[in-house]
Write a protein that binds this ligand. Structure first.
Ligand SMILES: Cc1cc2nc3c(=O)[nH]c(=O)nc-3n(C[C@H](O)[C@H](O)[C@H](O)COP(=O)(O)O)c2cc1C
Length: 322
């Protein structure tokens, strides 16, 4: 196990509630940390850098007060989008450093430039990658860990099987490996560890919780749906992502016969305003195992029970005694 020392003794499960645009509001992050899993959110969920400052102050105060009462709380994390189109990156990074955010997750570009700043105050940097080439680049930038976003993930999913990508990355990277993609129950968290991961990364499962900032119809699509309700398409966000077919149909669009190459054209052609994430919703293939929308604390307790049951899973010789 290569768990960052900063996380030791603070977690109920080796689990990060993944950052999700719009969905990961302050309530979800706090509920995750209080349940003992790392709660995270994209900095861009705050409309301005000032809003981000206020959000970070709130989280710092509430979690510090909990800890002062002897309550065990997991650290929290902020996701910085490192793509050149993110004009707020420099300002948001300054705030993250000023608040000494315990975990920084970079996605959409190189973490170079961020690693040194975060290490300067003792924080942890994990970087999202979808293949070994990007994993090597992030590793060379000095990150503490890599998040392998594999096939079947919600949002901008990769296309690699975790069975192929994880051992390939482990062969050259000795830091923390976090596995992502369709992990929705405690057994899958354990399976990620068996495969060689140090932690699991779970997005979609947390959309169907009471604390998530998600439309009731979005939650219902997860509860009622299966992986067959997903289409892997770049039409709405420009990068391939798993999108919920029923959310596309809501706008009178046929998911198998989309009228144009990108959402802008879709909006223009049909004279409707549709945006990825806000209107056209994403989910990972793990939605098949989602049947309810409990409070986060109840979900994490259940994940823990499932994880423990998986720890007791019989191995081959027990099933087939000689
Ligand atoms: C609704 C939604 C929004 C997301 N937004 C972001 C984001 O803003 N930044 C990011 O790095 N990843 C984002 N992701 C990807 C998640 O962080 C994570 O990689 C993914 O959810 C893991 O797969 P799973 O959903 O199958 O558990 C998003 C995923 C979902 C489902």
């Amino acid at each position: 196990m290569t768990l960052p020392a900063q996380f030791e003794g603070r977690l109920t499960l080796p689990l990060i509630a993944a950052p999700m645009f719009i969905v990961s509001g302050a309530e979800l992050v706090l509920a995750a940390c209080r349940a003992g899993v790392i709660g995270t959110f994209p900095s861009l969920n705050c409309r301005t850098t000032d809003d981000l400052d206020a959000r970070l102050t709130h989280l710092d105060n509430v979690l510090a007060a909990d800890a002062a009462c002897g309550r065990r709380v997991a650290p929290y994390g902020v996701n910085l989008i490192c793509h050149r189109t993110n004009t707020r990156l420099a300002a948001d990074t300054e705030l993250v450093v000023r608040h000494r955010v315990p975990l920084v997750i970079t996605s959409g570009g190189s973490p170079r430039g961020i690693v040194e700043r975060v290490h300067g105050y003792g924080g942890v940097v994990l970087s999202d990658v979808t293949d070994a080439r990007w994993a090597r680049k992030a590793a060379a930038a000095g990150v503490d860990g890599l998040i392998l976003v594999c096939a079947g993930a919600g949002g901008h999913a990769g296309t690699m099987s975790p069975f192929a990508l994880l051992p390939e990355v482990r062969a050259f990277f000795s830091g923390t490996i976090v596995l992502a993609g369709a992990i929705s129950d405690g057994r899958a968290i354990r399976a990620a560890e068996v495969l060689g991961a140090d932690m699991a990364y779970m997005g979609t499962r947390f959309i169907a919780t009471e604390e998530a900032n998600a439309d009731a119809r979005y939650r219902a699509m997860l509860i009622d749906g299966t992986a067959e309700d997903l289409i892997y398409t770049d039409v709405f966000s420009g990068i391939p992502a798993n999108m919920l077919r029923p959310s596309i149909r809501q706008f009178g669009l046929d998911p198998d016969n989309l009228p144009a190459k990108n959402a802008l054209n879709v909006s223009k052609e049909l004279n409707i305003d549709v945006k990825a994430w806000r209107d056209i919703w994403t989910a990972g293939q793990g939605l098949t195992t989602i049947h309810d929308a409990p409070p986060v604390a109840a979900l994490v307790a259940r994940l823990r029970t499932e994880y423990e049951a998986a720890l007791r899973c019989p191995v081959m010789p027990d099933r087939h005694p000689a």
